[in-house]
Design a protein around this ligand. Structure first.
Ligand SMILES: [Cu+2]
Length: 175
């Protein structure tokens, strides 16, 4: 089970006890990992499986790239298109006034702008009847808009749930 992780040739060299030690260490690591996984709540375990995220943005959009890194660090597998996002946003039916710098599709939902990964996980868990989520504009302090250049500034903003008729409600307040 763990032999493929040993150094090449080492696993089959029984002239010394080193390969056995390697094997035992890996087994202990594996057991520790299994115990840790068993202690996690079911929702957290599900996060281990990456969730597909497709995103459209401008090639030059730095904060889009920073948001993508945030999502990758929180369980999403990202496919990015540097084609701009205005046309795709319109095609997906998200009103332009609710728009931001990038538009994503995740699990059939539209996710516009600098939405926190935790809120996307909540959306996918709760599965509301909705088009998706948006953080209109680019509020400072949101994921991807929170780099050192902003000096720790955090603007108040709301993440909005967008229904298919374009109406919205507050999904999460950030103060
Ligand atoms: Cu942005």
């Amino acid at each position: 089970m763990c032999l493929h992780r040993a150094a090449p040739g080492a696993a089959f060299d029984f002239s010394e006890d080193r390969p056995v030690k390697i094997h035992r260490r890996h087994t202990l690591q594996w057991l520790a990992g299994t115990a840790a996984a068993a202690a996690l709540p079911l929702a957290a375990q599900k996060r281990a499986e990456p969730i597909a995220l497709e995103v459209w943005k401008d090639a030059s959009c730095g904060c889009c790239g920073d948001w993508i890194v945030h999502m990758q660090q929180n369980g999403f597998k990202v496919t990015a298109h540097d084609s701009g996002n205005n046309a795709v946003r319109a095609r997906l039916g998200l009103p332009a006034k609710l728009g931001s710098c990038h538009t994503a599709l995740i699990g059939g939902y539209v996710v516009e702008g600098h939405v926190h990964a935790d809120e996307v996980h909540r959306l996918l868990r709760e599965k509301p009847q909705a088009l998706g989520l948006t953080v209109p504009g680019m509020p400072v302090g949101s994921p991807g808009m929170d780099g050192p250049v902003y000096g720790g500034r955090r603007d108040k903003y709301d993440t909005l749930l967008v229904r298919r008729d374009g109406s919205t409600s507050v999904f999460k307040q950030h103060s």
